[in-house]
Design a protein around this ligand. Structure first.
Ligand SMILES: [Zn+2]
Length: 140
């Protein structure tokens, strides 16, 4: 039995969920497929946060679009390789722009891509007693 994710374009193939928009579209509505939630949508449903990224600094005021594009591009690329790696939520906070991810590696990758694209100061830590990685990026 083929399984399709009801929350996104992931398809259960072989032993794991993979992101496959075309196959998802092709199999949608067929009688021999079952709907389920992929590992990524499951994590979002359960609000599983494995990474918190805080980006801040005056640089962002003038480069907001570039920064948002970068986040989206990194998230899309990562999701195609690993459906469980997703952005859970993004929001403006008094401290800066906060991105919560369902995956530790995705949070680290966003920080590294920011450093690669815009320089700035990157700090990645795993605070004791916390369940997620904290990534801070800053440029004034
Ligand atoms: Zn899904």
């Amino acid at each position: 039995m083929m399984k399709l994710c009801s929350g996104c374009n992931a398809v259960f193939e072989g032993r794991r969920w993979i992101y496959n928009e075309n196959l998802h579209k092709k199999l949608s509505g067929k009688s021999n497929v079952e709907l389920d939630l992929c590992t990524g949508c499951e994590k979002i449903k359960k609000k599983t946060i494995d990474g918190v990224v805080l980006i801040k600094g005056d640089f962002l005021k003038k480069h907001e679009d570039e920064a948002l594009n970068l986040i989206h591009n990194v998230a899309e690329k990562k999701r195609k390789r690993n459906v469980a790696a997703r952005i859970f939520r993004m929001r403006e906070t008094p401290e800066g722009f906060l991105i919560e991810t369902t995956d530790r590696a995705l949070a680290e990758l966003i920080g590294k891509e920011f450093e690669g694209a815009f320089s700035g100061k990157l700090d990645i830590r795993w605070p004791e007693g916390e369940k997620f990685v904290r990534v801070n990026w800053e440029r004034d």
